[in-house]
Design a protein around this ligand. Sequence first.
Ligand code: ATP
Length: 196
Amino acid sequence: MRVLALTGGIGSGKSTVLEMFAALGAEVVDADQLARELVQPGQPALAEIAQAFGPSMLLPDGSLDRGRLGSLIFGDTTARLRLNAITHPRIRRRIMEEIEARRPRGGVLVLDIPLLYENGLANLAEAVVVVWVDPKTQLTRLVERNGLSEEDARRRIAVQRPLDEKRALADLVVDNNGSLAETRRQVAEIYQRYVS
Ligand code: ATP
């Protein structure tokens, strides 16, 4: 099993590219999904979060109040670091377990990790694929897809590490500025290189 990690910026085309890899036969692991599972009721991480930030972080049914936690950490670096200390090691461990479970098999595994560079997860894979678009295309697609104002879209882009920086760090770049067919061609080329 060859392991690739896929990342990019908001609206750069990660989901589009992931679907293309899957259509070619790649297996996929969704890091955000694993992260959500780790804070389900009964999981130790959720108990630690309630202990660190108070029981008001839980909804009446015992599940995590994501909105409340999100607002808390948005403007509070100490709280954000504290939350990361609870969740990040567990997310890394879960991704590693998913890799190990598939290790004996052949083929390609693509780890879908939107915040890969932000969270220091680049070393989990043999190579990191960054889905890149230029800033103008990113803005236009985000406005169109999410129905956001241009100002809102700019703000959402600005809170992430710049896509050009991620591109510079990437092992492989999928240039998604062009047509879907052009993107599919690049994805197929990468897949073929790793599948054998
Ligand atoms: P997010 O981080 O917000 O989940 P994403 O990186 O997964 O976004 P996608 O949802 O794949 O990005 O793509 C963003 C939008 O751009 C979607 O509406 C998608 O259909 C469109 N899109 C992606 N690639 C292309 C392309 N090559 N040509 C035209 N539109 C595209």
